[in-house]
Design a protein around this ligand. Structure first.
Ligand SMILES: [Zn+2]
Length: 96
């Protein structure tokens, strides 16, 4: 797999950027709504989804609070398989 942070020509990076923007929903990443999250890497989408969930939790949204609780209560094995599932969804997500 190519790495986005590999120093390459700007032209190539631009192409990569366009090709690799992906779109997932909050639900795809363990959340509870259809909020769309786009990013050019799994890490970026992960960060954005975390920020979105935390914001909703701050607003007292029960669905997101439950999602966070579920994450907190999961053991490391379950978390691992959740991450793998999210990653798989990311791989399968449509490019935007
Ligand atoms: Zn959400």
């Amino acid at each position: 797999m190519w790495k986005t942070n590999t120093p390459l020509s700007a032209g190539f990076c631009f192409v990569w950027y366009v090709v690799c923007m992906k779109k997932l929903t909050c639900k795809d990443l363990g959340g509870s709504c259809n909020h769309e999250i786009t990013g050019e890497s799994f890490e970026e989408i992960g960060e954005k989804s975390k920020a979105h969930v935390m914001e909703q939790v701050t607003h007292g949204d029960e669905g997101h609070i439950a999602a966070v609780e579920q994450m907190k209560n999961a053991n490391s094995e379950q978390r691992q398989s959740m991450m793998e599932e999210f990653k798989r969804r990311y791989e399968e997500a449509p490019e935007v």
